[in-house]
Design a protein around this ligand. Structure first.
Ligand code: FES
Length: 97
């Protein structure tokens, strides 16, 4: 992990708006995932489902993955279903909506 340098507020804002939940604030031994929004699912053309503040019974396979915001696969090509692993981009998937 590469450290990001900037004001604390700027760093927290970048983390809170990370759509996949891959970014977290690490201070010493404490790692905190920040979420900017209330519970919702966003649907956009050619993108996975963006989920905030919801629970999925299936644990995320990514080590240290955020459980409060994540991407759900919409294309059926993910190797870590129900989560998106970016395969939709690699395989040129289009939603057709
Ligand atoms: S939507 Fe990303 S891998 Fe399916």
């Amino acid at each position: 992990m590469q450290p990001y340098k900037g004001s604390r507020n700027a760093v927290e804002s970048v983390i809170a708006h990370c759509p996949s939940g891959a970014l977290a604030l690490a201070l010493g031994d404490t790692v905190t995932h920040l979420v900017a929004d209330r519970a919702r699912i966003e649907v956009a053309r050619d993108r996975p489902y963006y989920v905030r503040e919801a629970e999925v019974a299936e644990p995320h396979p990514g080590q240290g993955a955020c459980r409060r915001k994540f991407l759900l696969c919409r294309c059926s090509k993910s190797g870590i279903k129900p989560y998106c692993d970016g395969s939709h981009r690699d395989q040129g998937w289009k939603s057709g909506d």
